[in-house]
Design a protein around this ligand. Structure first.
Ligand SMILES: Cc1ncc(C[n+]2csc(CCOP(=O)(O)OP(=O)(O)O)c2C)c(N)n1
Ligand SMILES: [Mg+2]
Length: 558
């Protein structure tokens, strides 16, 4: 018998994925996915072999966001699958289409040590789980998984027992039609004229309009329409955190609305009497839990408008439409007017005021994180990709106003730390011609520091900037403000430069900022990957913490 000619189920499954135009797959191998993964690689798919399954899915999330396509990852059965339970909820909440090829324990045995009921684990995250137990139908089921991921914009996990994968293929010779040949054509939805008239009337009655744009506005290409509406109504612009940079070169953009609003922005948002929210889900944080614009009414322009979001009543007025078409229609319908609000002086204040003016005492040998970010904002080339992680330090690196939206990546919907390094890998894979800069906290980077080895092995171009306060900043500032012990939240400054070198990457510690331009020029020339460790003071408290824990600000000033 000729074994070479024999096709296995895993061969056909690999072809089914290639037919879906999968060009990158983030993988960690085991018995239940390795044959398939090897075949996928042989057929020309770029395989990025990570060191923790969580990182495979997290990297696929960033890849999906940046490539506007389905992200693909693969894990083995049992312990491979249980590692995904922190990544998947974030992908679900961020509406990211993913297909995860997961193995399942073999069906033929009465017992298998890695067997666990995978479906309820996965469905608890909000992702879909499909058991593929009929070999002849598996290629269709894979195609349908891609269709579902694209249509529902969420992760779909396929569980395939590895004894079935190893069987000889006995199904049809041809693969089914791929998902992109079947997807319905979905054209932008125009607004209803009655809704446009109502929206225009609402805007005409307002004096201080803020146009707030989310990722939906960015995806629909509604940026110019939003600017035109703000200009015509004498209003201001703001974005959500994921859409930051959409109006980076508009003098009347106050920055991010939400936890990361700069000082001047907070002042102007408080004065607003109408917020026109475009292509954003009105998440709790975007409006500071209702505190940011206490006097404003809310008009939401969205394909799927809502009244209540994340436990809050958010909008009474709605215009259902594609973001661009909706905003263009209301801009055409409102009369232009002069505004006493939008003045040259206001533009100058927005441009010239530092995001946070609070003074702190910084011990010698340590940096102020605000100075670190300002120096990097000035020095980093505009075309490099910026990725940000979470933690207390994220307030500081949210203040980079000069870069366009296409150069940022923020996925924060589940609030987990430890994702930055994976997101940076996903962006580097999606944009191989670009340089990627990750901004991360010391605690977050430490959580998946093993991926430095993946970065080196795959030659990814990533500069990791660590805002190292030697602590879990979020926790330490809150504990201090409550007068509680810092145990478990302060660890001291570990040597990330040394750790980086141990993994074969360049590493550098910064205790002053003077040599930053020279270091950057050197890095730009050498290429590759590096970790830059900035030792910052844990005494600098972000405005978000100060607002939520006023005692902490008082303690600092005393
Ligand atoms: C997976 C996970 N574990 C724990 C937390 C709680 N948490 C939120 S911020 C934070 C500290 C992160 O430290 P670091 O990355 O150093 O950033 P910093 O807050 O110090 O700026 C922790 C532990 C979380 N959000 N996610
Ligand atoms: Mg820290």
């Amino acid at each position: 018998m000729n074994h070479e000619a024999k096709q296995h189920v895993f061969d056909v499954l690999a072809r089914a994925f290639m037919q879906e135009k999968v060009r990158t797959c983030f993988a960690l191998l085991g018995d239940a996915n390795m044959n398939w993964a090897v075949r996928l690689g042989e057929q020309g798919c770029r395989m990025i072999y990570v060191r923790h399954e969580h990182c495979a899915v997290a990297a696929a999330m960033a890849y999906a966001r940046k490539s506007q396509d389905v992200g693909v990852a693969t894990v083995t059965c049992g312990p491979g699958v249980t590692q995904l339970i922190t990544a998947l909820p974030a992908a679900v909440r961020a509406h990211l289409p993913l297909v995860v090829f997961a193995g399942e324990a073999p069906l033929k045995s009465g017992w298998y040590n890695q067997e666990i009921d995978q479906a309820p684990l996965i469905t608890a995250t909000g992702a879909a789980y499909h058991r593929l137990h009929m070999p002849e139908r598996m290629p269709v089921a894979i195609r349908d998984a891609f269709l579902q991921a694209r249509r529902e914009r969420r992760p779909v996990v396929t569980g395939i027992p590895f004894d079935l994968q190893a069987r000889t293929w006995e199904g049809p010779a041809n693969l089914p039609k791929p998902s992109h040949e079947l997807l319905p054509r979905t054209s932008p939805i125009p607004p209803h004229p009655d809704d446009v008239a109502r929206a225009a009337q609402l805007i005409a009655g307002a004096e201080r309009v803020v146009v707030l744009a989310g990722l939906g506005a960015a995806e629909a290409g509604a940026g110019p329409a939003c600017r035109a509406l703000a200009a015509k109504t004498g209003g201001l612009l703001a974005t959500t955190l994921p859409a930051r940079g959409l109006f980076h070169d508009d003098p009347y953009c106050v920055g991010i609305s939400g936890s990361y609003t700069p000082e001047v922005g907070l002042e102007y948002l408080r004065e607003a009497d109408l917020v026109v929210a475009v292509g954003c889900s009105l998440a709790f944080h975007a409006g500071g839990g209702g505190q940011l614009w206490p006097k404003a009414r809310m008009l939401q322009v969205d394909v799927d408008p809502v009244a209540v979001s994340q436990g809050q009543e958010v909008a009474r007025h709605h215009l259902r439409a594609d973001a661009r078409l909706g905003v263009e229609a209301i801009t055409a319908a409102v009369p232009a007017r002069k505004s006493a609000w939008r003045t040259e002086a206001m533009a100058a204040r927005i441009r010239e005021t530092r995001p946070d003016s609070m003074q702190f005492e910084i011990a010698p040998g340590l940096l102020d994180p605000r100075d670190v970010v300002e120096a990097l904002e000035n020095a980093l080339p505009r075309e490099w990709e910026m990725v940000n992680s979470g933690g207390h330090c994220s307030w500081f690196f949210a203040q980079m106003p000069s870069r366009p939206q296409a150069r940022f990546l923020t996925i924060r919907e589940f609030g987990a730390i430890g994702n930055g390094i994976s997101f940076a890998m996903g962006v580097a894979a999606a944009r191989p011609e670009s340089r990627v800069v990750l901004f991360d906290g010391d605690g977050s980077l430490m959580m998946h520091v093993q991926e430095l080895e993946t970065i080196r092995r795959h030659g990814l171009n990533i500069l990791i900037v660590v805002i190292n306060d030697g602590a879990y900043g979020s926790e330490v500032h809150k504990l201090r403000s409550e007068g509680m012990a810092e145990d478990g939240s302060v660890f001291g400054y570990c040597d990330f430069a040394g750790i980086a070198r141990g993994f074969g990457l360049a590493g550098r510690t910064f205790k002053v900022l003077d040599d930053l331009p020279e270091a950057l020029a050197e890095f730009a020339k050498s290429g590759g990957a590096a970790v830059w460790d900035f030792h910052v003071s844990d005494k600098v408290t972000s405005p978000t913490i100060r607002r939520a824990h006023p005692q902490s600000a008082k303690a600092k000033q005393a």
